[in-house]
Design a protein around this ligand. Structure first.
Ligand code: NDP
Length: 283
């Protein structure tokens, strides 16, 4: 058996098409979604992410502003810019690309963004709203995974869902979204004992570890759905996921890397920006 490849690129194109159509309709009502992207310093990976976000804005018909600030920008200067963007009527969503340089507090940056414009859904208000199940935006990577599951008709209800990784941006919110959809959720981390055994229980396994090929076929139940969120480089510098590609032979569905969960993340950022624009204009 070889798993069905869950095509995040195709789904992403489809969702971006519907976002563009909705944006065109909004523009006729005088509303253009606007995203401000801030990058501090010159981390090469962050620069690629920011460029991709600008391209996605253009593909969705959004207005966008990019602020590339030098690494020595002070925290006060950055918070000042965020305050200005919080008050800008052209800007529906604000994103500060993480990580920021060490002299700036990541949490201070997250806390400074108006929760209504927090399209990453990292602000404590939005984190709390995700916890209680009453939210406008979900963090982009877990939200993209949920869209992929829906697209392939995979319902988490009543199923064993195992998330490997407990970061605030992926693992924890992923667990909450699966729980809201009535999955039976286990979140694993570096102190989990008998990890392989826990993973073998999974009907749906989400890997968000950050280690190339970490999830191996012996950790997978036959016929499981395997979502690989990892973006790593192998020994040859090639992009690869957290899941050993040999898992394809055991799983029923699996996301490839690249082309699975990755493209959906930026598309969900666009979806959140559209939602923010609508909410801010009472639509
Ligand atoms: P973090 O480094 O913040 O978290 C990694 C998690 O994996 C931690 O909770 C850690 O546990 C856990 N972990 C590490 N080693 C083990 C182990 N041996 N056994 C079990 N658990 C372990 O990473 P992120 O959540 O930010 O990202 C995870 C991966 O997803 C990365 O490859 C990243 O590049 C990718 N990513 C992809 C995105 C996309 O767009 N598709 C977006 C964001 C991330 P502990 O908490 O105990 O340390």
């Amino acid at each position: 058996m070889s798993a069905v490849k869950m095509d995040g690129k195709a789904l992403s194109d489809k969702v971006r098409g519907s976002i563009l159509a909705e944006t065109e309709a909004l523009k006729k009502k005088g509303v253009t979604p606007g995203l401000a992207v801030i990058i501090v310093g010159n981390d090469p990976a962050s620069e690629i992410y920011v460029r991709n976000k600008e391209k996605a804005c253009a593909a969705c018909g959004f207005y966008s502003e990019k602020y590339a600030l030098p690494a020595q920008t002070t925290q006060d200067e950055l918070l000042g810019l965020i305050d200005q963007l919080n008050r800008s009527p052209q800007i529906s969503g604000i994103l500060c690309q993480l990580p920021v340089p060490d002299h700036i507090s990541e949490q201070a940056v997250i806390n400074a963004i108006d929760p209504k414009k927090d399209v990453d859904a990292f602000h404590p208000v939005n984190v709390g709203r995700i916890m209680v199940g009453s939210f406008d935006f979900a963090p982009c990577t877990p939200a993209g995974v949920m869209e992929l599951l829906d697209e392939y008709g995979i319902d988490p209800k009543g199923r064993e869902c195992v998330v490997v990784g407990r970061s605030n941006i992926v693992g924890k919110p992923m667990g909450m979204l699966l729980l809201h959809r009535h999955g039976t959720v286990t979140i694993c981390h570096s102190r989990t004992q008998n990890l392989a055994e826990v993973c073998r229980r999974a009907d749906i396994l989400v890997a968000a570890v950050g280690k190339a090929g970490f999830i191996t076929p012996d950790m997978i139940k036959d016929g499981a759905v395997v979502i690989d969120v990892g973006i790593n480089r192998d020994a040859n510098g090639k992009v690869c996921g957290d899941v050993d590609p040999a898992v394809m032979d055991k799983a029923a569905f699996m996301t490839p890397v690249p082309g699975g969960a990755g493209p959906m993340t930026i598309t969900m950022l666009m979806k959140n920006t559209l939602t923010a624009a609508k909410l801010q204009n009472g639509l």
